[in-house]
Design a protein around this ligand. Structure first.
Ligand SMILES: Cc1cc2nc3c(=O)[nH]c(=O)nc-3n(C[C@H](O)[C@H](O)[C@H](O)COP(=O)(O)OP(=O)(O)OC[C@H]3O[C@@H](n4cnc5c(N)ncnc54)[C@H](O)[C@@H]3O)c2cc1C
Length: 387
């Protein structure tokens, strides 16, 4: 479809074209089966790695493409047009890798990044626990230094790529008496002793993605797996989420675009009262709003991603703003798509019911949209206090 021209560079257009090809040739034909069977898309994830798209955000010296948030965003937009479950798995690997890139040692980056960049390894990010969701400071997982090893105990909940990833970045308390300032981040590898997984969760949407508990029972890891300094865990987590949230926002844009494409195509074909339903102004207005809102979301996400690449220290507000707007838009646009398709939209025979199911999670994970509004509100409060 003809879209607004964002004047992508030749390299960026190449990323879009490769991601689009994988989406059209692999993701769209398999998405229904993967969703129904709740199957992790291993073959597609490998293809993304082979196409050199797994390391878009990883510096060249660690085997990546050397791009930034914007480069991963334009690839994710295409994957989400096909299936948000698959796109989520890919985005969550970047989320798991960011803490190492942001705060890890040179040795850590050299050890883990090349295999993540080539797609051979996958990463996951473990913050949430049963009693620590929006209020992440309530985590109870602990890490205690014993000689040359850290010993982790606790359970992380609803971790994307759990059981599929090889590399896990995990936050745990190293000094309970200091509260959030006593939390630190670690790298845990899939085969570390004392590390296991819960059963795969049964979900409303994004069923191709794998969501599991991570269980640490006297899990022993070498001392040098600490990411950054002791006590800086939440600093790394916040910086990570600032970088990753545009990646969730753009899933809403790709999904919204797919819902719009399905709706216009259907409205041109479906005849009622002797006319294609697109001839009714009421239907045209729904479609027009879907197009306007999706394009506005795309513009904000692209702008936020470019801002974050240029000003990584001033990322929170832009990151939260685009996450809220694009994911609320995706929820609305996919619901409208079901309305345009009427009863057929409600049936699994058509893709829009899956799109509506997939949209909901975007307003919840990586910080709910209420929490993102809190971030924007707090930023405004600070900015205006200064001026
Ligand atoms: C499919 C899936 C995948 C996930 N993947 C990961 C992952 O890979 N890694 C990971 O660490 N976590 C992951 N999560 C966890 C996710 O980030 C949390 O679910 C999310 O942060 C919200 O926490 P909660 O579910 O405990 O909700 P709660 O914090 O209990 O919130 C419940 C409701 O209260 C509202 N609320 C709470 N506090 C406030 C407040 N201060 N102001 C206004 N409203 C508030 C919330 O907005 C929400 O509407 C995943 C979750 C799901 C469902």
């Amino acid at each position: 479809m003809r879209k607004v021209d964002y004047f992508l560079t030749e390299e960026q257009q190449m990323i879009v074209d490769v991601a689009r090809q994988i989406t059209d040739e692999m993701i769209i034909p398999q998405r229904v089966e993967l969703d129904e069977n709740e199957e992790f898309p291993q073959e597609i994830i490998s293809a993304i790695g082979q196409a050199d798209l797994a390391g878009l955000y990883i510096p060249e010296e660690y085997g990546g493409f050397g791009g930034g948030v914007f480069d991963i965003v334009i690839a994710l937009e295409q994957f989400a047009r096909g299936c948000v479950g698959i796109a989520t798995s890919f985005a969550a690997s970047a989320l798991g890798a960011f803490p190492i890139l942001i705060s890890g040692t040179e040795e850590m980056k050299k050890k883990y990044m090349p295999k993540i960049a080539s797609g051979e390894h996958f990463a996951a990010f473990a913050l949430t626990e049963a009693n620590a969701g929006s209020d992440a400071s309530g985590i109870q997982t602990t890490a205690v230094l014993d000689g040359d090893e850290w010993v982790l105990n606790g359970t992380k909940q609803w971790i994307t790529n759990g059981g599929e990833a090889q590399v896990y970045t995990v936050i745990a308390l190293t000094d309970k008496s200091k509260g959030p300032r006593g939390a630190s981040m670690f790298v845990v590898e899939e085969n570390d002793p004392g590390f296991s997984y819960g059963a795969k969760e049964k979900k409303l949407g994004i069923r191709a993605s794998s969501t599991r508990e991570l269980i640490f029972k006297d899990c022993r890891i070498p001392k040098d797996r600490l990411i950054g300094r002791e006590g800086t865990g939440f600093f790394t987590v916040m910086k990570t989420l600032d970088m990753s949230r545009p990646g969730i926002a753009i899933l809403g844009v790709g999904l919204g675009q797919a819902a719009l494409d399905e709706s216009v195509t259907y409205a041109k074909q479906r005849v009622q009262f002797d006319k294609p339903i697109i001839a009714f102004q009421a239907v045209q207005h729904i479609l027009a709003d879907m197009a306007i809102q999706t394009e506005a979301a795309r513009s904000l996400v692209y702008a936020a991603a470019k801002h974050i690449d240029a000003h990584p220290k001033d990322a929170s507000k832009a990151s939260s703003m685009c996450k809220v707007f694009a994911t609320d838009t995706a929820m609305k646009v996919t619901t409208d798509a079901v309305q345009v398709l009427g009863g057929y939209g409600y049936m699994r025979e058509y893709p829009v019911e899956k799109m509506m199911r997939d949209a909901k999670i975007l307003q919840i994970y990586e910080g709910t949209n209420q929490i993102q509004r809190n971030v924007v509100g707090q930023a405004l409060n600070k900015e205006y206090a200064r001026s």
